[in-house]
Design a protein around this ligand. Sequence first.
Ligand code: GLU
Length: 449
Amino acid sequence: MNSYVEKVINYVKTKYPHQPEFCQTVEEVLSSLSPVIDKHPEYEKADLLNRIVEPERMFTFRVVWEDDNGNVHTNVGYRCQFNGAIGPYKGGLRFQKNVNPSIMKFLGFEQIFKNSLTGLPIGGAKGGADFDPTGKSDREIMRFCQSFMQALYRYIGPDVDVPAGDMGVGGREIGYLYGEYRRLKGKFENGVLTGKGLSYGGSLIRPEATGYGAIYYLQNVLRDDGQDIAGKTIACSGFGNVTWGICKKAAQLGAKVITLSGPDGYIIDPDGVITEEKINYLLEMRSSGRNRVQDYSDKFGVEFHANEKPWGIKADVVMPSALQNDVHMEQAKQIAANNIRYYIEVANMPTTNDALQYLMSQEGMIVAPSKAVNAGGVATSALEMSQNSERLVWTAEEVDAQLHKIMDTIYKNSVDAAKRNGLGYNLVAGANIAGFERVADAMMQQGLF
Ligand code: GLU
C-alpha cells in the first residue's frame, strides 16, 4: 500500500477511535486509491488525503418536540457538509435511533464519491437525527420535522446544501420539512430539498430511482458476463423504498426478488415479490410505521424466519439493501458456500471490510459496491434540482432514460478506472478511483482549504 495512504488511514483511526463506521469507510475507500496516489505525488504535497477525510463543516443541533400526550422529547440533529468541491452539498437525512457522528460521517464520506461518480455537479453531505420514527403518529412526525427544520434552515439552500430522504425520511417527511422551510424563509425555494411530492416540484421516478438504478447497474454486470436478467432470482434484504424499486424493476424484466427482511427477521417468497399487489403491499408496510416484515408473511402466507437474515438462501444474485454492516464474515462465508456469483451491494456499506475482501477474493464471484449501485437515487435527485431551477417538469420517460444512461456510465467509468490502474475487473476499486479522481482534481484546482 502507498505509504501516504497508510499514514492517513492510521491517522484517522487514532484520531477518531470512537467512530468505527467512519474509520471503516475511510479504510475501504483510501486503500483502493494507492495506484492513483503513486502516480500523483503532488497530492501528498497538497496533503489532499488528510483534507478529504475531514468534513468541511458539521453541525450538531438540539431538536425538541412534543408527543401526542404532551411529553417533551429532546433529540440530536446533524448535518455533515463533507465536501463541496464539485457542487452544492447533497445527501440524505436519516431518522433512526442509532444515528450518531460516526454514522453521519461514514455516510457523508461515501456520499462524496457516490455523487462524484454520477458525473453531476453535487458535493457530498449527510444528515439526520437519533429520532426513532417507529410507532410515531403522523402529527408527531410533523412536529419533529418542523423542529428539525427550524434548526437546519439557515445552513441549507438550493445553491448551498440540498438534503433529501434516507432511512426514516420519505415523501411525507420531506413535505413537512419543506413546509417549515418555506414558512421560515417566506420564499418558494423548492430546489432546497429533493424527494418532494409531485405537486410542489418533485420529480417523476425519484421514488423508484435507487431501486431501478441498482437493477440497471446489475444489467451491465450481467451483460458483460454473457447473461440476461430474465429468470434470475434475487435475495434482497430490507423492505423499504430501495427494495420496493428493485422488486418493481426486477419484475418488469422477468426476474424475481425472493427474500425481504426487517428488524424482526426475513421472509422467503419462492414465487417472487412480482405481482402488483405484493409490490404495493411493501408501501403499506412502510407507511404503517410498524417496521415489521412478518406482516408480509401474514398477508401472503409465506415462510417467516424470526431474527434471522436471508444470507443462507440460494439465489442467482444477492443484494443487501438494508443497513450498514449487515454482512459479516460469517454471512459472507454462507454466501460463498452457496456459490452466489453476483454480490451486488445496495445499502450503504452493507459489508464489513474483512467480509468484503473475502467475497472479492472468491473465484467466480463478482462484487459490486453500493456507492456505484445505489447512486441512481441521488443522481435522480440532481435531475430534480435541474427541473426545479428550470421550472420545468420532465416526463417519467425522460427521467428514466437519463437515469439509465447515468447508471451505464457509472458502470463503464468504474470498469475503465480499475483497468487503467492495473487492477483488472474490479468494480469496488474502480468506483472509488473514478469517484475520487474528479473530486481530487477539483480540490487541487481550488487551492488550499
Ligand atoms: N439518501 C440517498 C443516498 O444515500 C439519496 C440522497 C439524495 O437524494 O440526495 O444517496
